[in-house]
Design a protein around this ligand. Structure first.
Ligand SMILES: [Zn+2]
Length: 165
């Protein structure tokens, strides 16, 4: 699981995923969004977590974009594609990223930072085991985490503000 160099394009898409997650909270969903981009910087799929409004616990941003991209383009583009997420993928999505063969993952808030916002503090100090899952990909998956961390907190702060309003 090698680290990856970040480009301006990477920062652009992390910011866009953060903005998508904010918009998702504003319509009553959870604070997560994902964008899958091919090697040329073209968006293959862009979606949000829709679990709250759909009632489908599998409807995470990452699973939604991976499914949509595979239906449209097949698995072919995924090893050269980059997945941008506003925060660390959960274990289900980490497994889906692994199984789909995506070559690069860039995300904002780590689970350790985002978790307490979502659990009323219960997940304080806990980490997702996503790194252990990503490590199974060996050098086929590059990962960068904690990107634009302060901006990446915005969807979570809005989510808590709405929940306590
Ligand atoms: Zn997930």
């Amino acid at each position: 699981m090698p680290e990856t160099e970040l480009t301006d394009t990477d920062l652009h898409f992390v910011r866009r995923a953060i903005a998508d997650a904010v918009a998702n909270v504003e319509i009553g969903n959870r604070p997560f969004a994902a964008i899958l981009v091919d090697a040329d910087g073209e968006i293959l799929a862009e979606d949000c977590d829709r679990t709250a409004l759909s009632g489908d616990p599998l409807s995470h941003g990452e699973t939604n974009v991976i499914r949509t991209a595979i239906q449209k383009f097949g698995l072919g583009p995924l090893p050269a594609a980059t997945l941008y997420v506003n925060s660390e993928p959960c274990p289900m999505c980490a497994g889906t990223i692994l199984r789909s063969g995506i070559g690069r993952l860039i995300y904002g808030a780590t689970g350790a930072i985002a978790g307490p916002y979502l659990s009323g503090g219960r997940m304080l100090g806990q980490r997702y085991p996503s790194d252990a899952i990503f490590a199974l990909a060996g050098d086929k998956l590059q990962v960068a985490s904690g990107v634009l961390l302060e901006e990446a907190l915005q969807p979570f702060e809005l989510y808590v503000a709405k929940a306590t309003a």
